[in-house]
Design a protein around this ligand. Structure first.
Ligand code: PEP
Length: 264
């Protein structure tokens, strides 16, 4: 099955507009003339979306430049109204946003997002034709307690409740073991591949084999230039969601280059 890998930078609460501008200038100059067989996505903080949209709208129009898609790091499950501090999917659409990260473990653990809220956000994103990057993953205690498969199955089943096959096909799953996020500890390629194969088997139970085989599953958790190639060589890993190592244009570029099978 031919699944185009997708490499997404999750900047979290880093880089305002001027740092975004510096990054994009540098990254675009490195990207010049390159044609990687993958999708490249950047998810900046909300306040930097206008700057990113502006710069990429011009750059993406230039022939011979690899397109970069824009993602938001979160969205509201509501349309509009009295939801202080929230951002709606339609507001995101104004800034050429294609993807939205939903259910990141930091949203789950710090902001108390439940599987039901995540499910509502996925539905809202699809109503606006945004593509969810739906994050799942277990804590270390859950893994060590033998709960890995139960946790992943529950997150997938509840997060995708009443999501149609058509909408699932526009969704990317990001498997991110919580213990590997921002810790410098990466899952081994065997651990990652086993978890990805399990995720795909749950998708098969929910949507059938043909659909499951078409869904892209990213790995996230301390992906770096020196481990990208080995992780991306696993048959069920279709790209990466990258936090810390995406903050520097050079390391983000090297992850893409190494992960796409090009020499560094
Ligand atoms: C993330 O936050 O999605 C992530 C994978 O972070 P890091 O690459 O820093 O572990």
């Amino acid at each position: 099955m031919n699944r185009k890998p997708i490499f997404a930078a999750n900047w979290k609460m880093n880089k305002g507009a001027s740092e975004t501008e510096d990054f994009v200038k540098s990254f675009l100059s490195k990207l010049q003339g390159q044609d990687f067989p993958c999708e490249i996505v950047i998810a900046p903080p909300f306040v930097s979306l206008p700057k990113l949209a502006d710069m990429l709208h011009n750059a993406n129009a230039v022939q011979n430049a690899h397109a970069i898609q824009i993602a938001a790091q979160n969205c509201s499950q509501f349309d509009n109204g009295a939801y202080t501090g929230e951002t709606s999917v339609l507001m995101l659409r104004e800034f050429y946003v294609h993807y939205v990260i939903i259910g990141h473990s930091e949203r789950r653990s710090i902001y108390g997002e439940s599987d039901a809220i995540i499910n509502a956000k996925i539905k809202k994103a699809r109503e606006a034709n945004l593509k969810p990057i739906f994050c799942i993953g277990e804590t270390l205690a859950e893994r060590e307690g033998g709960m890995l498969e139960t946790v992943l199955r529950t997150q997938l089943t509840d997060g995708l409740k009443d999501i149609s096959e058509k909408d699932l096909l526009e969704t990317v799953i990001a498997y991110e073991p919580v213990w590997a996020i921002g810790t410098g500890v990466t899952a081994t390629s065997d651990q990652a591949q086993d978890a990805h194969a399990f995720v795909r088997s749950v998708l098969k139970d929910l949507y059938g084999a043909e659909t499951a085989a078409r869904i892209r599953i990213q790995y996230g958790g301390s992906v770096k230039p020196n481990n990208a190639a080995e992780l991306m060589a696993c048959p069920d890993i279709d790209g990466a969601l990258i936090g810390g190592a995406s903050l520097e244009p050079q390391s983000f570029m090297e992850i893409i280059r190494n992960g796409c099978g090009h020499s560094a």
